[in-house]
Design a protein around this ligand. Structure first.
Ligand SMILES: C[C@@]1(CC(=O)O)c2cc3[nH]c(cc4nc(cc5[nH]c(cc(n2)[C@H]1CCC(=O)O)[C@@](C)(CC(=O)O)[C@@H]5CCC(=O)O)C(CC(=O)O)=C4CCC(=O)O)c(CCC(=O)O)c3CC(=O)O
Ligand SMILES: NC(=O)C1=CN([C@@H]2O[C@H](COP(=O)(O)OP(=O)(O)OC[C@H]3O[C@@H](n4cnc5c(N)ncnc54)[C@H](O)[C@@H]3O)[C@@H](O)[C@H]2O)C=CC1
Length: 273
């Protein structure tokens, strides 16, 4: 599964100030101004090492998102919610309090997939500070802000390098809504409105479109023709057939659109429908 992020612009520079290009040596030399608009990216987390500090309600939500994305998740917290307890065998649980003493000892967190441990700063891809203590969250931030690029501090939107949006999922279709921390409740409300507008029919429709698109990409060499076909396939009528549960009619219409252009290669989906 794919996870959405709203990523904040370069952290240490202010609006409309010229970037210090010496600091950003790998950035394009023509980049003169910082555009202070957050950017939505679709991130693949499969196999990535992610850490959540905290084991409460919000940590639970984050862990669920990360596990569904196939990430390798470590949780650092003296206590866990009952759902987190249930998922313990899918996590690397580090039952400790994150504090100064831990940092002083230089304790690494351990993962299940490597024999030994890993030093967070060396291997961690994404980190969420999700405790109910601002001081602890800040400690996590101070410790990892220079080494972990994807760092989220639950109660400090201004310090986080990314946010978690409200996500509507319909199979391969995901819609992420963010207000950049301005009003999470409005993000939630819009997600609910979208849920009414975009129904379950999109799951089947997009699954089928993914297959058909591959057929068209291999069967039709002219990009212009392909574009016309894809536009025809984005038909309200096909969607409507799926909505009514009439997959046969949907399939027939798909065949009518595609078969004249890829008669030999086009694989019908008889088995499925
Ligand atoms: C910055 C961010 C965290 C980040 O960095 O990712 C953040 C921060 C904070 N949220 C707070 C409160 C609430 N958050 C929600 C709900 C959601 N919050 C989510 C995201 C984000 N919340 C990120 C910004 C994303 C954006 O704006 O688009 C959603 C979309 C996704 C998710 O959490 O999974 C999810 C809806 C999911 C859904 O249903 O679709 C509700 C309503 C409810 O729970 O019903 C309330 C109570 C009402 C209120 O207070 O507004 C507080 C104050 C806490 C306090 O009072 O101490 C902070 C801290 C602060 O603002 O400083
Ligand atoms: N959607 C969002 O982003 C929202 C964010 N919040 C913020 O998130 C914070 C956490 O909320 P909940 O998860 O509901 O709190 P919670 O009380 O359910 O959980 C707090 C967790 O932090 C752990 N913890 C405390 N000190 C720790 C330490 N030193 N090291 C490791 N773990 C430690 C506790 O053991 C507990 O598991 C709230 O205080 C609030 O600021 C609140 C509501 C919504």
């Amino acid at each position: 599964m794919i996870t959405f992020f709203s990523v904040r612009p370069w952290r240490n520079v202010r609006k409309n100030k010229i970037i210090n290009l010496g600091k950003l040596s790998s950035c394009s030399a023509y980049l003169k101004e910082v555009i202070t608009v957050n950017t939505s990216l679709v991130v693949k987390l499969t196999g990535r090492k992610c850490v959540v500090v905290g084991g409460g309600q919000i940590a639970e939500r984050r862990v669920e998102t990360l596990l569904r994305a196939g990430a390798c998740v470590s949780v650092v917290s003296p206590a866990l919610t009952s759902r987190l307890q249930e998922w313990k065998d899918r996590l690397c649980y580090y039952p400790k309090t994150f504090d100064e003493a831990m940092l002083e000892k230089g304790e690494p967190f351990y993962t299940t997939d490597v024999g030994g441990g890993f030093k967070l700063e060396q291997e961690i891809f994404l980190l969420v500070a999700a405790t109910d203590s601002r001081a602890v969250n800040n400690l996590v931030y101070e410790r990892f802000k220079d080494s972990v690029p994807l760092l989220n501090v639950i109660d400090r939107p201004e310090q986080s390098s990314f946010y978690f949006p409200a996500v509507l999922e319909r199979g391969l279709l995901q819609m992420a809504v963010t207000t950049s921390g301005a009003s999470p409740v409005i993000a939630k409300k819009i997600r609910r409105q979208l849920a009414e507008q975009y129904g379950k029919e999109y799951e089947q429709y997009l699954q089928r479109m993914k297959e058909v698109r591959n057929e068209v990409l291999t069967g039709v060499s002219d990009p212009q023709k392909r574009k016309v076909l894809f536009e025809k396939l984005a038909s309200e009528m096909i969607l409507d057939y799926y909505k009514r549960g009439d997959t046969e009619a949907a399939e027939q219409l798909i065949q009518e659109i595609v078969t004249p252009h890829v008669p030999d290669n086009f694989v019908t989906n008889d088995k499925k429908y």
